[in-house]
Design a protein around this ligand. Sequence first.
Ligand code: 13P
Length: 285
Amino acid sequence: MLISGKEIMQHAYENGYAIPAFNFANMENLQAIIQGAEEMNSPVIIQTSQGAIDYAGAEYLADIGLGAAHRANIPVVLHLDHGQKYEYCLKAIRLGWTSVMIDASQDTFSENVSKVKEIVKVARPLDIYVEAEIGIIGGKEDDLVSDKEIYTEVKDAVNFQRETMCDSLAIAVGTAHGVYKGEVKIDFTRIKEIRALLPVPLVLHGSSGVPLDMVTKAVHSGITKVNFDTELKLANLDALQRFLKENPGVYDIRKMFKPCRLAMKEVVKAKIAACMSTDKSWIIS
Ligand code: 13P
């Protein structure tokens, strides 16, 4: 069933596990996430970037995302990931997304604050959950490219949340969007310090390529939502390449994408286990 962000995030925040969030851009991608979460009996966040909306169309993604959520036997949140433009956030809200991220983290502190406040003003009366970001997470996510990385300062996180009243906060603690070039290093102490002072859930972006035990350690340190995208794309690519190599001449898209869906589902299940959200779908019953 479709659910508001607040319900599942609050439960996870209070009970020391995290809600896994996976990006989707097409049907197989979405089915892999929902099926994986159903098999693990876990609540899940399905999320679309602005790039996915440009690719598939907001109305179309709303149709399949909301349809999948309504049919699922687990709690599902439809979330806008890295909404950089006001219009995308408003459109998502109008079409039925139950959670939006307004990402003005590349702007100055005060510009970031004022953009987030604008969205909170619209979203709060409609019961739409609002995620914001402070600090800069490096790497590449769709059209969002950042070659610099600025770790979130504890005092900035506290002041930022106090001023914006955002519902959750993405922080920069060492992860990066996309494929890692070197060894992953996460500042767990910083997560703990921010968590101790902040009254809202923290979000970890760029979690593909982070070893599963480090994901779990981040959750134990105080992370409540973990975002995964690239690893699903890589699993899809790997399965497709293998299929095409082993089955020359096959052109049936159903045959071609079945192993891709399966491969993505296995990634989803492993990430859910690392977030410790297995068997937490009872929270809506
Ligand atoms: P990855 O692509 O590194 O998994 O990051 C996903 C993400 O943070 C989406 O916002």
